[in-house]
Design a protein around this ligand. Structure first.
Ligand SMILES: O=C(O)c1cc(=O)[nH]c(=O)n1[C@@H]1O[C@H](COP(=O)(O)O)[C@@H](O)[C@H]1O
Length: 303
């Protein structure tokens, strides 16, 4: 026995904190909409999907903190589309293994009863799975506890989760602002508090004591106005990364980023898809658009 064990994995939260410090707090979503494929002069088929997505990874790998392929745009092309998603995850992983790593968040928004959640966790969070990036988005609306298999596997493999909390779409209001019946055992979330506040309190428990940042993040849209205050959601206590989609195409910009997150803004990873992707297909134009978005996010969140 040599006495030398396996290299301990650096948790996702710590890796993301480093990537945000290095590149600015921006995630670029890889959302190959049919209209974007057309705008790039590509066909809306598997070859077009592949060309588009790999070009984005090639242009931005090592230059932004994270990329976020949205699974739906791959799934709509069937099994061959999923194979392209696997290729994208592998290409992003290769780009991310450089010293200037770009992390991959697979936007799959999975959520199910615990026994099924275990299978989703294996698909997206297990070492060796072709769909496993650095983190996935998950939905807690079958109950936060149903995510436990994903929480455990993510912790074991150094991966992360982004749990939907206050989403960028206005329809989320009816669920996320609703009040819980209680009794409630989550610290910081009294009985009768909002669902969003409860989700945040659950994440806070899992991230307690983690430095510099826990690995159980939340999704909090940049478009939500004063919903953090209105729902009584304590984002500082979460001590985890806050993925903020809604920047760009959904209307949020520097001002919204600066005002939405208050004292938690240093933990925010702003996310933009169409507004950056629309600058393509030219590689330099894509890089320029991403750098501009990253500068704006930096100014709004870290100045
Ligand atoms: O989890 C997400 O990423 C997400 C959560 C949310 O509340 N709102 C939201 O827009 N998203 C995703 O973020 C991306 C936004 O794309 P753009 O509007 O083109 O920037 C899409 O892939 C959405 O599915």
């Amino acid at each position: 026995m040599s006495g030398v064990g396996p290299t301990p994995v650096v948790p996702f939260g710590a890796r993301l904190a480093t990537a945000m410090d290095e590149h600015g707090p921006l995630c670029v979503g890889i959302d190959p909409h049919a209209s974007l494929l057309q705008a790039w002069g590509l066909r809306d088929d598997v070859d077009g999907l592949r060309e588009f997505s790999l070009r984005v990874v090639d242009a931005l790998g090592g230059k932004v903190a994270a990329v976020k392929p949205q699974a739906a745009f791959f799934e709509r092309h069937g099994s061959r589309g999923l194979a392209v998603l696997e290729e994208v995850v592998a290409a992003a992983r290769a780009a991310g293994s450089s010293s200037t790593g770009t992390l991959t968040i697979v936007d799959a928004k999975r959520g199910d009863i615990g026994s099924t959640m275990g299978a989703y966790a294996e698909a997206f969070l297990a070492d060796g799975s072709p769909l496993a990036g650095d983190a996935i988005t998950v939905s807690p609306y079958l109950g936060f506890g149903s995510l436990q298999p994903a929480v455990e596997l993510a912790a074991a493999t150094g991966r992360g989760l982004f749990v939907l909390c206050l989403t960028s779409n206005k329809e989320g209001f009816e669920v996320q602002h609703a009040r819980t019946a209680g009794p409630e055992d989550a610290p910081g979330s009294a009985a009768g508090g909002t669902v969003a506040a409860l989700m945040a309190a659950r994440a806070a428990v899992l991230n307690a004591g983690a430095e510099p940042l826990g690995s159980v993040g939340l999704v909090v849209g940049a478009t939500i106005g004063d919903a953090v205050r209105a729902t009584g959601t304590d984002l500082v206590a979460v001590n985890g990364p806050l993925l903020a989609p809604g920047v760009g195409a959904q209307g949020a910009g520097e001002r919204e980023l600066a005002t939405t997150f208050g004292a938690a803004r240093r933990n925010v990873l702003a996310s933009s898809s169409r507004a950056v992707l629309g600058a393509g297909p030219d590689r330099d134009d894509l890089v320029r658009a991403a750098r501009t978005a990253a500068r704006e996010a930096q100014a709004a969140l870290r100045s």
